[in-house]
Design a binder for this molecule. Sequence first.
Ligand code: GRF
Length: 185
Amino acid sequence: RNIVIFASGSGSNAEQIVNYFREKESVKIVAFFTNNASAGVIERGRRLGIPTVVFGPEAQKSGAVLQMMVDLKTDLIVLAGYLKLIPSEWVSAYPNKIVNIHPALLPKHGGKGMYGMNVHRAVVENGDTESGITIHFVNDKYDEGQVIFQASTAVESFDTPEDVQRKVQVLEHKHFPAEIEKLLS
Ligand code: GRF
């Protein structure tokens, strides 16, 4: 089974996924895709030996990115810190085969613009006593697809957004690879 991973930023989740499947020969991470030429995931791809495609909005609009995924015989599209909206052509070409991880307990703190530290700041400002991760199928609206998995962590009154981000990232790295494996089995 072939997985492609889309990331716009550092790519720590992408690296965790590659490491998790390294010994499992039935699953292969065939490529990283990024829309951001300065994304940390590019360096990770180089170090991990994963081909990385850097693409612009025209490649997405023209269908070139979709064609590359088809040519790679992609079985599952994993979004790990990918910040662009997924074109509806991709959603219809890969029904229930595009998954995203959101660093909060959706439906709280989701939607366009709610990514990275914005989410953890909102949790702290809201006085939430817990946060966590949501892994969900992707449809053509931000963070609104069917939920697959959620895990939560306590948020203390003195926690900063950075504290929340650290706790949430532990959950991401712990659960995302295993939830992907479940989807592929
Ligand atoms: C994570 O917070 C993830 O939940 C969100 O974007 C961030 C990606 O982090 N979707 P990284 O690039 O995998 O380190």
